[in-house]
Design a protein around this ligand. Sequence first.
Ligand code: G16
Length: 539
Amino acid sequence: MEEVCKFVSAEYPRKSDSFIQYGTAGFRTKGEALPHVMCRMGLLAVLRSKQKKASIGVMITASHNPEEDNGVKLVDPMGEMLDISWEKHATLLANVDDSHLAETLSSIVQQEKIDLNQESCVLFAKDTRSSSVLLAKALQHGITAMGSEFVDYGLLTTPQLHYMVRCRNSNNDYGQPTEEGYYTKLAAAFVNLQKSVTDTGKYSSEITVDASNGVGAQKVRELAKHLGEQLCITVLNDGSVGKLNHRCGADFVKVGQCVPDGVALSEGMKCASFDGDADRIVYFFQGPDCSFKLMDGDRIATLVAGFLKSLVARTGLKLNLGLVQTAYANGSSTSYITETLRVPVACVATGVKHLHHRAQQFEIGVYFEANGHGTVLFSDIAERRVNEALKNSSLSPESRAAVEQLRLVIDLINQTVGDALSDMLLVETILCHSGWGMQNWYDCYTDLPNRQLKVKVKDRNIIKTTPDETQATTPAGLQSAIDKLVEKYQCGRSFVRPSGTEDIVRVYAEADTQENADDLGHKVCLLVFDMAGGIGDKP
Ligand code: G16
C-alpha cells in the first residue's frame, strides 16, 4: 500500500487544505481542485469492487453545475448510487494528507474486510466538460496503481454509465453493456409500445430537446437513429455554440420557470430540457394565453404513477405501487396523487440515493424529484409476477395485452437512476397511449405558485434540518421565524436546506399567488442571510 500511495501522490498530490465532502451526488467543486480527489476515488473504487466482487462505476461529471465545476460519483453493482455507509470512506480519503494516505487506505481495507487478492474492475465515463479529460487520466492512474482492470467508456450520460454497470454485473440479463445495447433496448421497447396504439388523439410525435449544451445532445441524436418515425426529435443547445448549463437545461428552466435561451417557443411545440449529464428532464410548452407552462418532475411522477396504476389494474396482477417525493414537491401534486390517483406517497430528503432506497420498499416504486430526476423501480417480485403471467395461457386477451405492455414498459425504463432519454420515451409512450397533447397533461391539476432561491452564507452546514428537510433545527430560532412568516400567507409553505452540490443554502416557498410565493421566498432569504451568516449582497 505504501508503494501505491507514493506512486499516486507523486503524480496527483493534495495541494490545498480545503475540506471537501461526498455530498448529495458525490464530490463537486471547481474542476481544478479535483485531480487528487479523482485519483483517490480510483483507489476507492477498486477497493469497493474487490469487496463487492463486482464491477464498480465512476462517473466524472458535475451534472447541472456550471462548466468550470466538475465532480465524481461512484456507482454500486446494481447501478445504484454508492452505499451511504461508504461515503465516509470517500470523504476521509479525499481529505487526508498525502503522508497519511497509505494508513487510511489500509484502515478501510481492515474495516471492510477486503481481500486485496480479489479481482476487480472499474467502469468509468465522463461528460463534456473541458476538465473531464484530465480528471479521467487522474482516475485511471489511481485504478491502475491498484493493479485493477478497467473499462473507459469515454463520453456517456450519467445514466448510461449506471446502465453499463448493471449490465456487467447481471450477466447481461439487463441488456448488453454497450452504447448500442442501451439504444437498442430502449428503442425496441418504445417502438413496440407505440405500434400498438391505434388512436393517437391529440398526441404529437414531434419533440424539441434543449440538451443544455451537454453530453445528452449527441446521445439523444444516437437514440433518435433507432426510433425511426415513431419520434421526431429536434435537438437544440447541442454544445456547438453555447456554454454548458448556461441559461439553458433542466435546472435553469425549472428554477427560473422560463424558456431556455436557444429555444423559440411557439404554439403547438412540445419541448423537453435535459441537464448537463442527461439524468434529469423537464417538459414545457406554450399555453393558450401564450404563457410558459412547465411540466416538472412532479408532473412526470403523476403521469407515470397514474398510467402504471391503471395498467397494473388491467393486468389483474396484485402489485402495490407507491410514489416517493421530496419537500420540493408541489403541494398540489401531492394532493392529486393521494386524493385523485389514490397512490401512497412517501417524502424523503433530497438526493436520488434517498428516493431510490425508499422506492425499493414498494413492489413498484415511482420516484421523482421536482427538478426532473427520477425513475421507476420494479421489485424482483413484480418482475417475476409479470414474467410468470406472460407464460400463463389462461389469461384473458385484455389481461394478456396489458401484461405484454407492462413487460415492455419495464424494458423501457432505466431502473438504475433517473435518465432523461429513457424518461422522455416513457412520457411519450404514456401521452401517446392516452391520446394526450400537452394541455391534457397540464389540466390534471393546478400547481401552487412557488419560488426557489439561493442564499450565500459563510458556512452552509450551519443549517441542519429534520430528516425530511421540511424543518430547520439549527440555527436556533430560524424555523420559528420562518413559521411566523408562513402563517401570514394563504397556502404558505417554506423550508430551507444546505445544498449538497453547490456552496449555497436553498430556499423554497409556496403560496396562493406567484406574488405571495415570491414575497415569502424573499423574506425567508433575508432571515437566512441574517441568522445563518449571509455573505455578499443582501438578497
Ligand atoms: C443532484 C442530485 C439530485 C439533487 C440535486 C440538487 O442532481 O442527484 O438528487 O436534487 O443534485 O441537490 P442539492 O439541492 O443538494 O444541491 P444533479 O442532476 O446535479 O446530479
